[in-house]
Structures are given as C-alpha cells and as structure tokens.
Design a binder for this molecule. Sequence first.
Ligand SMILES: Cc1ncc(COP(=O)(O)O)c(C=O)c1O
Length: 386
Amino acid sequence: MAERHEFIMAPGPTEVPPEVLEAQLELPYHRGPRFGAVIKGCVEALQRILFTKNEILLYTGSGSLGMESAIVNLFSPGDRILVADTGNFGERFRKIAQIYGVDVVAIEYEWGRNAQPADIAKALDGDPSIKAVLVQHSETSTGIVNDIEALGAVMRDRPQLFVVDGISGIGAAPLRVDDWGVDVLIGGSQKALMTPPGIAFVTVSDAAWKANETATCPRFYTDWQTALSSHRLDPAETPYTPAVTIFRAFAKALAMVEEEGIENAWKRHAVLGKATREGVKALGLDVQTEESDKACVLTAVVAPEGIDGAKISKHVREKFGIIFAPGQGRLKGKIFRIGHCGYYAPRDILMALAALESSLQSLGFPVKEGAATSAAANVFRENGLA
Ligand SMILES: Cc1ncc(COP(=O)(O)O)c(C=O)c1O
C-alpha cells in the first residue's frame, strides 16, 4: 500500500483540520488591509478565548520564543524570580532566565506532581525581593495541569508578576487570564489551537507593561514595545516579516475554536483525557500523573516493567502509523505520551488505544485485547459521545 499520512497523537505539533491547512493557500502581502485584518482577527479572537482585555502580541516563532520574550521584556540581569518547576518546561524557563543573568529561585517538584499554592506563598513570604512567579499551565513532559486559578489566588494581593506558560494547555484546559490574575500568558499555535507550528503569542497586563518599562535584558526581535507599535498601526502589522500563511491558518483555527465554544472545547478535552486514562489503566498500565484528574492535554503512560517506552511508540508508529511522543528528560524511556489536545474526537482515542493494545501484545506484554477500547467507550457513552 502507498505510504499513508502518519496520524499525530503527540502533544504538538498536532493534527490540523483540513480547513486550516487550506487557509494557507493564499499569500497576502504582509503590509496592507488584507493581512492587517488577519492580525487584528487573531488578537481579538485570542482575547475572547483567553478571557482577557490585555494586549496580545503575535510573533513568528515557536512557543519558546514567547517564553524568551517574557523573560527579556520583564526583567533585568540580577532580578530574582521564582520558577515553580514541575518538569522539562519548568527547566526551560530556568535555563532561559539564567542565560540572561536573571537570578532564579526554583521550587522543584517531583515530575508528575502539581505546583502547590502554599509553597509559592511560603517562598514569596520568605523573600520579598522576588519579582515574579513563573509556572507552566500544562507541563507537557508529565501531563499534569497546574491549578492556575488557585496559584493566581495566592498572587492576587502580592506585588509579584504572575507569568504562565500556556503553550500546551491553552484551548484544552480551563484558563481565564483576567479573572485568575495572569499578568503574562505565553501561547503557541501548534497544540490545542490546531494550527501548524510557527506562531508564539503573549498577553501582557498593565503591571507587566510597567515592568517592561524598566527591564534591561537585551532584546531585539521580541521587544514588546516594537511589536505593540506595529500591531497598533492601521492596518495592523508585525515589525518583521511574519509567517503569513500560518497567520491565516491561525485565524481560521481560532474561528473554529470559537465555533465549538471554548468552554465546550475544555469539556471535550476533559472527556478525551478521562477516556484515555481509563483505557490505559484497563490494560494494567499506570499513568505517570498522580494528580491526573485534570490531565486533558495528554496522557503520560508508564511503560511496563522491562519494556522501553520508546520501543512501544516505535512499534505503534511503524505498524499503525500513529505517533505517540516519547518521554522527555529524566522520563526518557520510562514513559510514552499520548497527545489529545486539539483536533481530536472519540474515534481517535479508540484508534490509538486499539493500536496500543495490539502493540503491547506483539511486544510480549500480554493484555486483554479490547479492554482499553471498551473502558474508553464507556467514558464516551457516559458523556453522550458514543
Ligand atoms: C508547556 C510547553 N512549554 C514550552 C514548549 C516549547 O514550545 P516550542 O517547542 O513551540 O518552542 C512546549 C512544547 O512542547 C510546551 O509543551
């Protein structure tokens, strides 16, 4: 048989709806009313989806560029920040900040555990020189979703900025920027927002703009003031040449998110997560995330004793053309990750679990074939989706 499209069930890049791919087929000039409307449309749709009135800046680049933009636009070398480090992407925040000479205090959580509001409160009480708290919304290396509402409540009457990496969580897990007191939220196009990779964005609160006025970390491409001045032109622009086609795709994908309704999208992701967890557990496997009831972005599955997690993903990919993500960092080989953020439906989960059951059987880990799909189908039925 001719080679078929490999179906991505990794937590990004994710599958993209055909309408979104099609939207890339026109290439308007990047300075002028047609493209200006695309930028304005993306900003306004994001403001509605994220429940914020804050300015939103769009960059051509991947999510990490958005993370770097937050560090360099908010801080000066020698400033002290607190990173609630729950995994690989918490580590990335630390690394970026350290490269710019920012002094990082970290609370290191065991991978698979959530950041605890009481720990943040204690750290801030103990060190008033801390200027900001940085945390992941969804920590993609372990599958946990941090409770941003509860963490935001701790930050509410404090002077520190609250900076959240929502790159994999936005669109999948609940998030209300203004109500929850998030000063800077960082996002990317290629996960639950169903768009090819290529766009990073940040929301910036008044307090964050104020910090930006005095921040002296060196910056050029990601300078927030420069980006804002261009977005405010009529027609709106970006300072440097943007990934025009991806911006068009992003506008279409955001319209599709709004068509579904963001709260409905959160509910769908919660059901997809629960069905995947129940399916995996029905095979006798553990999920990595202890606090997993909110794990709606991806399911991190602990590989059975004696089988490397990467071997399972390799088998599923080679035999079934489905891509699971391997473990990252210290979880390399120990887990594999089934992504279900974005353009996914019950049929995709059933297909992935069927492929997993068969692959485990082939790799010498005996499972009851049908157990995972049946457990997942029960969850879908309970929620009126099957
Ligand atoms: C939570 C989180 N933060 C940051 C990143 C980095 O994003 P990118 O690979 O788009 O630079 C990712 C990517 O997987 C992520 O999941």
